[in-house]
Design a protein around this ligand. Structure first.
Ligand code: PMP
Length: 434
């Protein structure tokens, strides 16, 4: 659909006058790809509509949470019922216990869990807990992994293994990031060297098991195995950030997949978000009973939240988890997601455009490269201009993927075979023009 007047544009102008960049989270502003962000008016199933009334097949899914698609009837009903009972009590509810039970049932490395309101809060709290529990200060993270915008995690690599990182944001004092060591993802030798140098001071290693904030890069099995061994050997905690992958790539999260390849594998702390809230502000962190009992009010590590365990959010999350736990859910979702990437690969190949992609469950990534990258510097080899042309071609054709090449994509249970076929048809035309 084309429009003589674009109704997104005046909205963007109004927004920019009042909200920095016109958005409440930076990547929504289309800075990387250029153009006007689409102001969304409603969404249903696999589709979203913008201010012009244009329909998009949605492969962002609110950046991960909408695994059932938008407005799933069972979820809507649960949310409506909960809202009638009250928005927020600031007191415990049975539903929080039910959600905790549901999470722990599927992610057994979490013996106890605490609910919070965002992935940032969960990641930040997990780090504080790891430091409090080990009584150590240093943390190891990996280049290209994102764990929310807590000060100590907004860090890029220092000049060598003996030096710690530099803040990637203004407003973060060097003193705050001096304990954060940033290493290359999937680099076993670097990790070993870091532990040789700093082992007794390392509180935790935090990583995305499938890094969705540099598009889609899997932690190799040897890398994950060695990270687990080194943490155990040096008394550090392994923190797996499954905000994106949790209940998205498999019912038990990415850790359940690594446990198939690495006998006995489990993280000490798991961070969850996105899908567990089904689109409402809800996230969580959890781990062994011994570690979690370090949290207030039982232990010395403080953490709290006015809206934590919010009754409407927990209703939304619980209804979502109950739907996705049904038999066959991930088989169907995984097959649909794989069909999308295979279709796009075929369309790219027909046009002679380099392309490679990967999927797990309802999460996917693709690169305009001949071979899948293993770390962030390799991801940066992607031709950004080409990606931008692809992005806008797809968007104009009614297909909404993330407006930056560093982002993973998501398929929901509401996406049909026809949606995939329609997407591939649009992509075929766009690839021909690249
Ligand atoms: N960890 C990971 C792996 C994420 O992908 C994100 C958000 N994309 C976060 C943490 C932060 O979550 P939130 O945006 O809910 O604060």
């Amino acid at each position: 659909m084309t429009h003589s007047t674009d109704l997104n544009l005046p909205l963007f102008e109004r927004a920019k006058a009042l909200i920095p960049g016109g958005v409440n989270s930076p990547v929504r502003a289309f800075r990387a790809v250029g153009g006007t962000p689409r102001f969304i008016t409603r969404a249903q199933g696999a589709y979203m509509w913008d201010a012009n009334g244009q329909r998009f097949i949605d492969y962002i899914g609110s950046w991960g949470p909408m695994i059932l698609g938008h407005g799933h009837p069972a979820v809507l009903e649960a949310v409506q019922k909960a809202a009638l009972e009250g928005f927020s009590f600031g007191a415990p509810t049975e539903r929080e216990v039910e959600l905790a039970e549901e999470i722990i049932r599927h992610v057994p490395s979490m013996e106890m869990v605490r609910l919070v309101s965002s992935g940032t809060e969960a990641g930040m709290s997990a780090i504080r807990l790891a430091r409090g529990a080990t009584r150590r200060n240093k943390i190891i993270k990996f280049n290209g992994c994102y764990h929310g915008h807590a000060d100590s995690l907004l860090v890029k690599a220092g000049s060598g293994l003996a030096t710690f990182g530099h803040a990637t944001s203004a407003g973060v004092p060097q003193e705050v990031v001096q304990h954060t060591l940033v290493l290359e993802y999937n680099d076993v030798a670097q990790l070993e060297e870091a532990f040789t140098l700093h082992g007794p001071d390392v509180a935790c290693v935090i990583m995305e098991p499938i890094a969705g904030n540099m598009n889609f890069v899997r932690a190799s099995v040897p890398f994950m195995r060695r990270a687990r061994e080194l943490c155990t050997q040096h008394g550090a905690l392994l923190v797996i950030d499954e905000v994106m992958t949790g209940f998205r790539v498999a019912l038990g999260g990415a850790q359940s997949l690594y446990a198939q390849a690495i006998p006995g594998f489990k993280p000490d702390i798991t961070v969850l978000g996105k899908v567990i809230g089904g689109g409402m502000p809800l996230a969580a962190f959890g781990g062994s009973r011994a570690v979690m009992e370090q949290l207030a009010p039982l232990g010395p590590v403080y953490q709290a939240g006015t809206l934590s365990g919010n009754p409407v959010a927990t209703a939304c999350g619980l209804a979502t988890l109950r739907e996705i736990a049904k038999p066959g859910f991930y088989d169907a979702l995984g097959a649909r997601t794989r069909a999308l990437i295979d279709g796009l690969a075929g369309a790219a190949s027909a046009a002679g455009v380099p392309f490679c992609g990967d999927t797990q469950g309802g999460m996917f990534g693709f690169f305009l490269l001949p071979q899948l990258p293993q770390n962030y510097p390799e991801v940066l080899n992607t031709d950004g201009m080409r990606f931008n042309t692809l992005f806008h071609g797809l968007l104009d054709g009614g297909v909404y993927i993330a407006p930056a090449l560093y982002e993973a994509g998501f398929v929901s249970a509401a996406h049909t075979e026809q949606d995939i076929a329609d997407t591939v048809a649009v992509a075929r035309d766009v690839f021909q023009k690249l």
